[in-house]
Design a protein around this ligand. Sequence first.
Ligand SMILES: [Zn+2]
Length: 180
Amino acid sequence: MSILKVARLGHPVLRQVTANLSQREITSALMQKFIDDMIETMKEYDGVGLAADQVHESRQVAVLEVADNPRYPSKPRVPLTVLINPKITPLSEETAEDWEGCLSIPDLRGKVPRYKHIRVKARDRSGKALVFVASDFHARVIQHEYDHLNGKLYIDRMRDLSSLSFLQEFARYGMRPADE
Ligand SMILES: [Zn+2]
């Protein structure tokens, strides 16, 4: 396995809409190795999610996992999940604002509104259909990765930029519970 290079804000690959994968592409040895590399890269940088275009592959693949993560302490756990060709449907209009960061926008955090409850339809890494409901932080991570696959970054979703903070200042002044 290898650690992949992460594209940063300003790289055009982050603004492209990624391409769907066929069943045959999903199960190819090349794609299976790429998915392993994505998982390793996410863990290496303490991410809770990673989209393929963040590592310069404009394809509909995202990985996510929330375990004991120093970048996101005290967040509920989410098992390691691979989402291929994902589609999201909000289950209600209800949204919440909370802090997000992004490996492609290093050292920054900002408050982003997201749907609280969503239904997710995708394929897993074996190409099997995956349908589930996600709420709160789990739903937030999936919406963040889904946005990546559609060329969007969290800063595009912020209602205003006044909460945008460097991590050091966030730790000092920004840990207050999100206004909801
Ligand atoms: Zn991101």
